[in-house]
Ligand binder design. Structure first.
Ligand SMILES: *[C@@H]1O[C@H](CO)[C@@H](O)[C@H](O)[C@H]1NC(C)=O
Ligand SMILES: *[C@@H]1O[C@H](CO)[C@@H](O)[C@H](O)[C@H]1NC(C)=O
Ligand SMILES: *[C@@H]1O[C@H](CO)[C@@H](O)[C@H](O)[C@H]1NC(C)=O
Ligand SMILES: *[C@@H]1O[C@H](CO)[C@@H](O)[C@H](O)[C@H]1NC(C)=O
Ligand SMILES: *[C@@H]1O[C@H](CO)[C@@H](O)[C@H](O)[C@H]1NC(C)=O
Ligand SMILES: *[C@@H]1O[C@H](CO)[C@@H](O)[C@H](O)[C@H]1NC(C)=O
Ligand SMILES: *[C@@H]1O[C@H](CO)[C@@H](O)[C@H](O)[C@H]1NC(C)=O
Ligand SMILES: *[C@@H]1O[C@H](CO)[C@@H](O)[C@H](O)[C@H]1NC(C)=O
Ligand SMILES: *[C@@H]1O[C@H](CO)[C@@H](O)[C@H](O)[C@H]1NC(C)=O
Ligand SMILES: *[C@@H]1O[C@H](CO)[C@@H](O)[C@H](O)[C@H]1NC(C)=O
Length: 803
């Protein structure tokens, strides 16, 4: 519980400052006399709690809650850090004059399932008045949970809880039924809630008022979730097609590449180009219209485009991630063809050479990788000018900040022409986009690969494990994951065949664990799971630190407002696009929809030399959003990413259900990391404070940076950038040897094996300057070069432990 202790100290340091909108307010219910402490988010969300008298000395198992919200649905997370995944969730919504409640549980960023544990909700009162609804309830068995064996708990005797809130404007599809399907939240977040004055000696008396257990009615006509393998379409009332699964080809392959994202697609293309037979296997469905993807708003019907192809629709994943995001990890990840490069905002950075030189071992320094990197940028040059008419649309917020930096003496740069200019610089955003569409690896490498007869692609197919005999893999086992998916086993070319894991930082690490490669405690969990009976025997386990060294850009958001900033509602563009903007996009690939939501830019960079002598890199992404925190649409958020040089590391773990979780977050665990965050925010405040009419909202102008940063929850849910890396670290220090930290060698080969490789962000030893997609593609290009040179005999050489 190292993570929790850290969180506790961070929150204790924070009590002097409460985030705006989340002030604690006492509230007494007029009808029952129940006294609550309440917290409100904006004007439409209030949650309050009352606790048993002894809750500060003996951890409570229940509480009385009040939820008061407007429209749609709202809810809360009881989780350790108020997170959505791996936590007991409660959602509520109005139905006629009643309030319907439902306990839920999510293992990934998808519609949470109905919770299977023994939490019990009894209503004390409820009311619905116009668009406002309120429920007062007793919640028993709500501070610990067990959903099909996945457990967690929080304790009330620390004197505070970290709570999560979520709220949506749209009503559930079948509101009379607690099991109803509902859409994604429009706002969500976490906050620290001090509970030491919420205990009351009258608790037992109040709890006795909870008598109403009936909760909605589903009737015989329940609308069930249509988990059609191609995900939700705009016509969700049509039942999903029946799923047919297929037996795989009996061919053998020189290379089986698992995962079609930034790591898998380029290397699959390069190896097939060199004449190797290659099978690329993707767990999810097709995404881009280019591959017959079907997920799209109505206004794209009849075009070759889906939601994934139109840059301005990229944030739809925060509204509707069902069938898009992975179900088997507690972080947001794209489980569709293209992986992260299908769902992200498309940011595309020429790596800072220091990102190779400082993080990677010899053999992977910038001079080694340079030709491969050039090949990657020749295939996908990217652009900082995504609209085909060369116009930057709605640049008001961009101008406010850019002018501020210019005044402060920061230098304007063309970032991809000056990859080393990363200190006190700012500029336009670079995207992988091409001709006004997403582009990227799917539009380039995958196109050329698919033209070759020696290349095959499976979609909707999960690779369950690598089949191996000691050091040598012979096949992969497949599970069908949707229509047209494959089930069975597919073989590698005997003796010379190789498997490349490119399933992402959580996916590849999980595959290693399921294949008997990893730390003993993690392998024991796999052995005790549904995989147990078919798992490779214990004498064949390879002990490597898979899951350690987890790293991500630590995200710290700051907010300013300025009268010139103009907000564009990219979310509304899903159902109701502005006709002119739509026309421009459809006819000419010009206008705001060629730019990523929510209007990203300027980007800016800072480098801080900290007291430990290290230089730490920071990158900032500005965006036009954040009205929920400031009360005005004239808001710019600037997200600070702490990158290269950061020394905090976390750990990924596997659960008995074979999902993956961030067991220890990788944020602010070292003094130097904290120092860099604070100093750089001070630089930013100094640069922008003189800007005429600019107001600091978070932190407030009169608040210290340290005070603000200490007020923020430190957890994966609150601070991630979703640039996860490092779970199968590359290095010269073989992880099987005492104190060794590396899982793969400089040929990306897993230590102790002769033909299992990992090529994706898992192998990155440390964080990059910027968003990592382009660097992953460059690493994939380079790995292809090395693999083609690596002979079977050489690959066998370091299989034995050298100590
Ligand atoms: C219903 O809401 C309106 C507007 O917020 C308020 O004026 C009125 O008093 C409410 N009525 C009840 C019965 O709560
Ligand atoms: C609650 O805790 C805070 C700090 O943790 C303290 O300042 C405050 O006095 C406490 N209140 C009560 C009622 O104990
Ligand atoms: C859609 O069609 C246009 C025009 O033929 C083409 O340029 C573009 O690449 C296609 N995009 C996709 C995603 O298929
Ligand atoms: C194995 O799993 C069972 C339940 O599935 C659990 O009760 C038991 O503690 C687990 N054993 C180990 C060693 O994890
Ligand atoms: C598309 O481009 C043509 C040629 O530049 C121009 O005449 C037309 O007005 C544009 N249409 C839209 C909707 O922008
Ligand atoms: C970054 O630039 C600032 C301003 O010129 C300078 O004070 C600072 O020393 C530079 N940082 C590093 C690590 O060189
Ligand atoms: C901000 O804009 C959105 C979308 O147009 C709107 O729904 C919301 O009410 C606006 N917020 C404020 C505070 O004006
Ligand atoms: C600042 O705001 C005032 C009034 O709102 C306006 O008259 C003035 O032009 C603004 N100045 C700048 C530099 O934006
Ligand atoms: C800081 O500024 C805010 C708003 O500008 C104000 O409400 C608050 O009282 C100030 N706090 C202090 C300690 O001056
Ligand atoms: C491993 O690390 C520990 C602690 O840093 C050190 O004492 C020990 O000598 C190291 N062992 C080896 C084999 O390097």
């Amino acid at each position: 519980m190292r993570g929790l202790t850290h969180l506790v100290s961070a929150l204790l340091a924070a009590v002097s400052y409460i985030q705006p909108g989340l002030a604690q307010t006492p509230y007494t219910d007029a009808k029952t006399g129940i006294k609550f402490s309440t917290w409100s988010q904006g004007s439409g969300y209030t949650f309050g709690v009352a606790l048993p008298e002894d809750a500060l000395t003996k951890s409570a198992t229940e509480y009385i809650g009040i939820l008061r919200c407007t429209a749609g649905w709202c809810g809360l997370s009881h989780g350790e850090s108020g997170q959505m995944t791996q936590a007991l969730l409660l959602v509520a919504w109005p139905y006629k004059d009643q309030v319907v409640t439902s306990f839920r549980y999510a293992t990934g960023y998808n519609l949470p399932e109905v919770y299977s544990g023994n939490a019990k909700l009894t209503q004390i009162s409820s009311s619905v008045n116009g668009s406002t609804f309120e429920v007062i309830y007793r919640c028993e068995n709500c501070f610990s949970w067990n959903h099909e064996g996945a457990t967690g708990s929080v304790s009330t005797n620390e004197g505070f809880l970290v709570l999560g809130y979520a709220q949506a404007k749209a009503a559930p599809t079948n509101p009379s039924c607690p099991d109803s399907v509902f859409g994604q939240h429009s706002t969500f977040g976490q906050y620290g809630a001090e509970i030491n004055n919420t205990v009351n000696k009258d608790y037992t008396k109040w709890a006795a008022l909870a008598t109403k257990t009936s909760n909605g009615a589903c009737g015989g006509t329940t609308t069930t979730t249509t988990t059609s393998p191609t995900g939700p379409s705009t016509t969700s009332s049509v039942p999903g097609p029946t799923v047919t699964c297929v037996a795989p080809s009996r061919d053998t392959y020189d290379y089986i590449v698992v995962g079609a994202g930034a790591g898998g697609i380029p290397i699959a293309d390069r190896l097939s180009d060199a004449g190797k037979s290659v099978l690329l296997i993707e767990k999810g469905p097709p995404s881009s219209g280019r591959y017959d993807g079907t997920m799209k708003p109505q206004w794209l019907d009849g075009t070759n485009l889906t939601r994934f192809d139109v840059p301005g629709l990229c944030n739809q994943i925060w509204v509707d991630s069902d069938g898009v995001s992975c179900k088997d990890t507690d972080q947001m990840a794209g489980c569709v063809l293209g992986g992260g490069t299908a769902v992200n905002a498309g940011l595309w950075w020429r790596p800072n050479p220091a990102d190779w030189d400082e993080n990677f071992p010899p053999g992977w320094h910038s001079r080694d990788v340079a030709p491969a990197e050039s090949r990657a940028f020749a295939r996908i040059p990217g652009t900082d000018n995504p609209s085909l008419d060369g116009v930057l649309y709605q640049h008001e917020g961009f101008d406010v900040l850019s002018n501020g930096f210019k005044q402060a003496g920061w230098k304007e740069v063309k970032a991809n022409q000056q990859p080393t200019a990363k200190n006190h610089t700012y500029g336009r955003t670079n995207y992988m986009f091409d001709h006004g569409e997403r582009g990227g690896p799917m539009a380039t490498y995958l196109q050329t690969a698919l033209k070759r007869p020696n290349f095959g692609l499976y979609v909707n197919t999960i690779v369950k494990r690598v089949v191996r005999d000691g050091a040598h893999a012979s096949a992969v086992e497949l599970e069908c994951n949707g229509n047209g998916g494959y089930v069975g086993k597919v073989n590698l070319t005997p003796k010379t065949g190789r498997v490349i894991l490119a399933a992402g930082t959580f996916g590849s690490a999980k595959l290693l664990l399921r294949s008997g490669i990893g730390p003993a405690d993690q392998l024991a969990i796999v052995a005790n799971s549904s995989d147990g009976p078919t798992m490779v025997s214990k004498d064949q386990w390879i002990n490597l630190p898979v899951g350690s060294n987890l790293v991500d850009h630590l995200n710290t958001d700051v907010y300013v407002t300025h009268p010139d900033v103009v907000f564009y509602d990219f979310y509304a563009a899903w159902t109701d696009p502005n006709p002119n903007d739509k026309e421009k996009y459809m006819k000419n690939r010009t206008g705001i929809f060629t730019q990523s939501a929510p209007n990203i830019g300027p980007m800016f960079w800072d480098e801080i030399k900290t007291s430990d002598g290290k230089v730490r890199q920071l990158q900032y992404t500005s965006r036009v959003e954040g009205e929920d925190k400031t009360g005005t649409n004239k808001t710019m958020i600037m997200s600070q990413y702490l990158g290269r040089g950061s020394t905090s590391r976390g750990r990924m773990a596997i659960t008995p259900q074979l999902t993956t979780v961030v067991a220890e977050h990788p944020y602010l665990r070292t003094e130097g990391d904290k120092e860099a965050v604070l100093k750089s925010l001070d630089n930013l405040r100094a640069a922008l404070t003189p800007v005429k009419n600019l107001t600091w909202a978070l932190p407030l102008a009169n608040q210290t940076t340290a005070n603000y940063v200490d007020s923020l929850v430190v957890s994966a849910a609150a601070r991630r950038s979703n640039h996860w890396m490092g779970t199968a670290k590359m290095g010269l220090d073989d992880g099987r040897v005492k104190n060794g930290t590396a899982v793969v060698d400089v040929n990306t080969k897993v230590y102790g094996t002769d033909n299992i490789f990992v090529v994706d962000a898992s192998i990155f030893p440390g964080m990059s300057t910027g968003n990592p997609s382009a660097m992953i593609v460059a690493a994939s290009e380079y790995a292809a070069e090395r693999l083609l040179k690596l002979t079977t005999a050489a690959a066998k050489r370091n299989v034995e432990v050298l100590s």
